[in-house]
Design a protein around this ligand. Structure first.
Ligand code: ATP
Length: 357
């Protein structure tokens, strides 16, 4: 169901955690709220859940006004499900009982579910692939299985909105990848509307329909993963998502950029960036959009650091005006610290048009 966040602000004493947040979430959408520690992600999720009230503004879930100043519907009276980083399982309950509990107590349970609780439990056990674990206690489960129980409990009553707060961050890297795929398939199977809080840009890029990038209590940009990655609106988004190099120079017109480096004669053409970055005379180029050579044209620079990463080699290059990151295929000819090199936009990766959506 659709969720509307309108002009939400939140103060904790003098700290303003949220500054006029506006966001419309469509039915069935997977939204990732992405941002660094302290940017206000969890505060926003808590307001959606009803654990706290906004200082100002309103929240509508499924056309119901659930939150406004000093008047908030408590979590149990909202049509939501929640999954936390810490799993938050009940130690004395079996897997099956965890799934049964919300089916007995959720206030918005549809009649067909109310009349078919056992069938729904089986269905949900199937979705999270825990059929053979139904009678286990939490201490008899692995980390990934525990998180699947938490997911199962949240989706069982088919809530209008599923809220997830860094649900994978306490799992190891391999399990995180597996659970990412499971959450994606769970989203496809259930069609649930999901709001997923994370500070991990890869997680957000991989799973979300749209990403909301936040910094310092404000939304910086809302867009599809492709839009956010390819056309960041602000310096912050360019750096935070995909670690773009922000090259200093001058925009000669809307699509032509002249880097400051004295060693380059030609301009970079057909590049589209946001008006904010253009006004700041910055051009965002991703590490993989540059290439290195020993000869030829391009910006002259010196290799300052080299990191072998298996598939790629990560170079740090000093081009005078900027210290930039460049990722080259590790099968290419290697460069070494102290080498004088030339930096070009990577024609193979079609760099300028990569910035155009
Ligand atoms: N109960 C509280 N009392 C006072 N300040 C708070 C409270 N909760 C959050 N804050 C402050 O509000 C701001 C946003 O916090 P929030 O927990 O929403 O950030 P976050 O983006 O979720 O960070 P993290 O990723 O570290 O969890 C921070 O400056 C935080 O210190």
């Amino acid at each position: 169901m659709a969720t509307e966040i309108k002009n939400i602000t939140k103060f904790f004493g003098k700290t303003q955690a949220l500054k006029t947040i506006n966001l419309s979430i469509k039915d069935g959408e997977f939204i990732a709220i992405l941002g660094p520690s302290g940017c206000g992600k969890t505060t926003l999720l808590k307001l959606l859940a009803g654990f706290d009230s906004p200082t100002d503004g309103i929240i509508m879930i499924d056309h119901q006004n659930v939150s406004e100043k000093n008047n908030s519907t408590p979590p149990e009276k909202r049509n939501i499900g929640m999954v936390f980083q810490s799993f938050a399982l009940w130690p004395h309950m079996t897997v099956k009982d965890h799934i049964k509990f919300p089916l007995l107590h959720h206030q918005f349970l549809a009649n067909d579910l109310k009349n078919n609780i056992e069938k729904r439990i089986d269905e949900v056990l199937n979705i999270v692939e825990l059929q053979t674990y139904a009678n286990r206690m939490p201490h008899e489960l692995s980390g990934g299985q525990k998180q699947r129980v938490a997911l199962a409990r949240a989706i069982a009553p088919k809530p209008a909105l599923l809220l997830m707060d860094e649900p994978l961050s306490s799992l190891d890297a391999e399990l995180r990848m597996e659970m990412r795929r499971e959450i994606q398939s769970l989203h496809r199977m259930t069609g649930a509307t999901i709001v997923y809080v994370t500070h991990d840009q890869e997680e957000a890029l991989a799973m979300a329909d749209r990403i909301v990038v936040m910094n310092n209590g404000q939304i910086q940009q809302v867009g599809t993963p492709r839009e956010i990655y390819r056309k960041p609106n602000t310096e912050f988004v360019a750096k935070f998502v995909g670690k773009a190099n922000l090259i200093h120079g001058k925009w000669l017109n809307e699509v032509t950029f002249k880097p400051y480096s004295v060693s380059i004669q030609s301009n970079w053409m057909n590049i589209e960036v946001s008006s904010d970055l253009r006004a700041k005379n910055l051009c965002p180029i991703r590490p993989e959009q540059f290439s290195l050579s020993y000869t030829g044209e391009g910006i002259e620079g010196e290799i300052m650091n080299v990191q072998f990463q298996g598939k790629e080699i990560h170079y740090t290059v000093n081009i005078g005006s900027d210290l930039i990151a460049i990722h080259e295929d590790s099968q290419n000819k290697p460069f070494y610290i102290g080498d004088t090199v030339y930096v070009n936009l990577n024609q193979k990766n079609n760099a300028p048009s990569l910035i155009t959506i």
